[in-house]
Design a protein around this ligand. Sequence first.
Ligand SMILES: NC(=O)c1ccc[n+]([C@@H]2O[C@H](COP(=O)([O-])OP(=O)(O)OC[C@H]3O[C@@H](n4cnc5c(N)ncnc54)[C@H](O)[C@@H]3O)[C@@H](O)[C@H]2O)c1
Length: 325
Amino acid sequence: MKITILGGGGFLGRKIAARLAAEATLGGRTVTGLTLFDMLPPPAPAAPFPVSCVGGDVVDLPAAAIPADTDVVFQLAAVVSAQAEADYDLGRRVNLRGTDAVIDACRKLAKPPRVVFTSSVASFSGGQGAWLPDDARQVPANSYGAQKAAAELILADASRRGFIDAVSIRLPTVVVRPGRPNRAASGFFSGIIREPLLGLETELPVPDDFAVWICSPRRATDWLLHAGAMDGAPLGLDRSLTPPGLSVTVGEMLAALDQVKPGASALVRRVEDKTIAEIVGGWPSGFAPVRAPALGFAQHESLVELVRAFVADDLAATRAERGLV
Ligand SMILES: NC(=O)c1ccc[n+]([C@@H]2O[C@H](COP(=O)([O-])OP(=O)(O)OC[C@H]3O[C@@H](n4cnc5c(N)ncnc54)[C@H](O)[C@@H]3O)[C@@H](O)[C@H]2O)c1
C-alpha cells in the first residue's frame, strides 16, 4: 500500500508518518511506500519501506507528491485558523484551491485513492453552550471554517463522481500541540498545558469556565489512520464525520495539569484577548457524535491521560527544540 501525506512536515503529518513508520501497516495491509509533501521537504522517519520527501506548493502540486500508484492520500496541508482569518487571500488560496488541486491530481491516478481530509470544529458555530448532533448544519463563523466546509463539499462530490474515495474528519482542537506556539487561534489551549510543563509562564485569553471541544494528538492520529483504512461504503453520500472528542472547560484542563505537575497552573496568567476570544468563542463547545463511534472511531481517553501522554511523547523533544534544559 502506497501512502502520501500532504502537510507531512506539520504537527499531525509528522505524527501520522511516525506511526506508519513504526507499524508498517494500515488496516492490516503492508505499507510499501510513503511520500511526505510540504512547503519544504519534510524529514523522513526511519521506516522499513522507502520514504520520499517532496517540497512544493499544494496549490501547484508536483506529480511526485502523489505517485500514480498511491492508495491513500492524507490531505493536511493548510493555513491554520488565525492566519487564515488575518490573511483572507492566503487562506482561500491554500485551504480551498489546495484541496481542489488534490482532487485534480487524484483524478489522474490509476484508481481512485482514499483521501482523508482534516476538516475542523471551526466549520461550525453556535458558541458556548452549543452541543451539536452529527447532522448539525455547518455555519462557519470565520474564513478558515468556511474554507474547510467548502472543501468537504467538493471532496464529497468528487467521491460521488468516483474520482476519489474521501473521508473528512472534523477534528476537535488538538491539545497538547508540541514545540513552539503556532498561529492557530486555538493555540493557547495547548499553551496552558505545554508552557507550564516547560516551567514557562503563558497567557490565557478566555475565562476559566470557557468550554472547548478537544482531542489528543494520539487520538487524532488513531482517527486519521482509521479513516485511511475503513470501509467507505457505509458513508454513502455523506463523507464527513465528527469523531468522539472531549468537551472540557479551561478550569478542568488546569486541574488535570496540576494533577500531573502540582502547582504548574500558577504559571498561567489571565490576559484578556478579544480577537482570539471572538474566534474561539464562535466554535461550539461540544458535539454528540453517534456515527463515528459506530464506525469504529476510538473513544477519547481522560484529560489526565492526555496530559500524561504529552509528557511521555513530546515534552523532551519540545524542550530540545526550544533549547530549554
Ligand atoms: N491541530 C489542530 O488543532 C487542528 C484542528 C482541526 C483541524 N486541523 C487541521 O488538521 C491539519 C493538520 O493540522 P496541524 O496542526 O498539523 O497543522 P500544521 O500547521 O502543523 O501543518 C500544516 C502543514 O501544511 C503546510 N502547508 C501550508 N501551506 C502549504 C502549501 N501552500 N503547500 C504545501 N504545504 C503547505 C505547512 O507547512 C504545515 O507543515 C490542517 O489541515 C488543520 O487545518 C488541525
